[in-house]
Design a protein around this ligand. Structure first.
Ligand SMILES: [Zn+2]
Ligand SMILES: [Zn+2]
Length: 324
């Protein structure tokens, strides 16, 4: 199984600014220390040795994560996604580039919730306009279909929902129940967030991926903590809402519906998870800040590890792929 991140930013899409790009270039030139490069390929090799936050970017698209079940290179027309933030636009373009516009494809889409940053990419998801494609949109909210229709109602968008050519079906799931969907065992779980959100545990052939974004953890009730430990239990990858620092999460931004990197480490350690992926980055944070949080989280993990095997920690970026 492969987890591919198309959008990793929280709340609102952001782009690198001119001054941030200039700063990255200046840092890279300083690191080059008079080196000469014969061609672009040689320069790219050097760039690949630079720190991630200098040479690349975590990206600015909002939540969209793909689960790919087939081995690399195997042709498939069935896709699995979590959330439809602005990251679904480049995902849709890749599907078109792969198969062209005519091939029928099936998309299984699991919605954490219906806040705008998680549905805003849908009107720009080109495969939804192509007759023959099938979309199954799963979620636990009663307003699942209404939210998608409403964002395309006038005067908010020029193309109404009914104009979409694909066969689109909304499927309501019940939290706590196990389902067999798209060759996986899927269990949704209610999370603490304004208007509720739902995390998902996906299991297939002994591999487990958890998608848990837009979720605040109080960690003051044993029962609630245990419920999340069960959701994360033995997971190969946990995609975790780490929008805030712990200090913010428990003080000024308490009750804002998001969590911190520290809580992510604690829950993953309790659950024996293998890889914590920090997700839903605060839109204010520049690349250097997200890299700092990633490094700080790794230090915390090492300090609190005790006898357990290492919990890998990564900050998600648009384009990250994790093979499990
Ligand atoms: Zn969000
Ligand atoms: Zn939200």
């Amino acid at each position: 199984m492969r987890v591919r991140f198309w959008g990793t930013r929280g709340s609102l899409p952001v782009a690198l600014t001119a001054s941030e790009v200039r700063r990255k270039l200046a840092r890279a030139l300083l690191q080059a220390q008079g080196r000469q490069f014969q061609d672009l390929a040689e320069a790219e090799v050097f760039v690949s040795t630079l720190p991630f936050a200098t040479a690349q970017t975590f990206g600015g698209n909002t939540s969209c994560v793909e689960l790919e079940l087939e081995p690399p290179g195997q042709e498939s027309h069935e896709y699995i996604l979590c959330d439809l933030g602005s990251g679904v636009r480049p995902f849709g373009n890749r599907v078109l580039a792969r198969h062209g516009p005519k091939t029928p494809n099936v998309f299984h889409i699991f919605m954490s919730h219906l806040h705008w940053d998680h549905i805003m990419g849908f009107p720009f998801f080109t495969p939804a306009y192509i007759p023959g494609n099938r979309l199954r949109i799963y979620g636990c909210h009663a307003e699942l279909e209404t939210a998608f229709r409403r964002q395309q109602d006038p005067p908010s968008f020029p193309v109404p929902f009914d104009y979409l050519g694909a066969d689109i079906e909304f499927v309501r799931l019940e939290p706590g129940r196990r389902y067999d969907i798209a060759g996986m065992r899927v269990t949704p779980k209610l999370q603490l967030h304004g208007g509720d959100s739902y995390g998902y545990r996906f299991e297939r052939n002994g591999k487990v991926v958890v998608y848990s974004t837009d979720s605040e953890h109080k960690l003051d009730g044993a029962e609630e903590t245990e419920a999340f430990v069960r959701l994360f239990f033995g997971a190969d990858v946990v995609v975790f809402d780490a929008m805030y620092s712990l200090a913010d999460a428990i003080s000024v931004k308490a009750d804002w519906g998001h969590s911190s990197n520290m809580v992510g480490v604690e829950l993953c350690q309790l659950a024996g998870a293998r890889h914590l992926v920090l997700f839903h980055h605060e839109p204010v944070f520049q690349d250097s800040k997200i890299a700092e949080i990633e490094a700080e989280t790794r230090r915390l993990e090492a300090l609190t590890r005790q006898d357990a095997p290492e919990l890998r920690v990564s900050a998600a970026y648009d384009g990250l792929e994790i093979e499990i």
